[in-house]
Each structure stands twice: as C-alpha cells, then as structure tokens.
Design a protein around this ligand. Structure first.
Ligand SMILES: [Mg+2]
Length: 103
C-alpha cells in the first residue's frame, strides 16, 4: 500500500478513527468506498471510448476512490489484526501470478 499510510502519524490517526467511529461503521464505510471505486473504474473504462465526457474529472475520481480504498483497507487490517495472514495471501497470489505469466 501507499507509504504515507505506514507513517506513525497516519497509523495513529487511523486508530483514532476506528475508536471514534467504531469497528462496524468502518467496515460498512469500506464497503461503501469499494462500491464507489467500482463505479469510478466503470466510468473510467467507458470514458476511454467516449471522448466527449470529462476525462480529467474521471481520472481524478478514479484516483480519489483508490485513495479512499487504501485508507479503509489499512483500517480493516488494524481492526482484524490480520497483517501476517494478508501478507501470506499476497505472497501466494504473487507467486501464482508469476507462474501464470511465465508458463
Ligand atoms: Mg469515496
């Protein structure tokens, strides 16, 4: 994930956010942000072929929603305390990806 999310200051802010809003609300917020990213990516793909729409705004919206998701996924990792499990899954999936690409 983005390196800014790993700073002490940011991690402290995200912990405060979880305490302030509560774990359940932050899980729901993650679902909301993921759905917004799905919408932004769909718009981005359509926009690629329809030059008439505002391309710059679409790009900005795509990047904003990706940022929202990074922030929420970082909080989920804090809530579920599953950093090692996530790391192991990422490693496995990268190995599988490498295998698929190189076969
Ligand atoms: Mg959003």
């Amino acid at each position: 994930m983005n390196e800014i999310l790993k700073t002490k200051k940011t991690r402290s802010l995200l912990k405060e956010s979880i305490e302030y809003f509560g774990k359940e609300k932050q899980i729901l917020k993650t679902i909301e942000e993921l759905s917004e990213l799905i919408r932004a990516l769909s718009r981005y793909l359509v926009e690629d072929y329809e030059v008439l729409l505002d391309y710059e705004q679409t790009i900005n919206n795509r990047d904003e929603e990706m940022a929202d998701c990074y922030i929420m996924l970082e909080q989920l990792e804090m809530i579920f305390q599953n950093k090692t499990s996530i790391k192991n899954h990422i490693q496995e999936k990268l190995e599988l990806l490498e295998y698929k690409i190189n076969q």
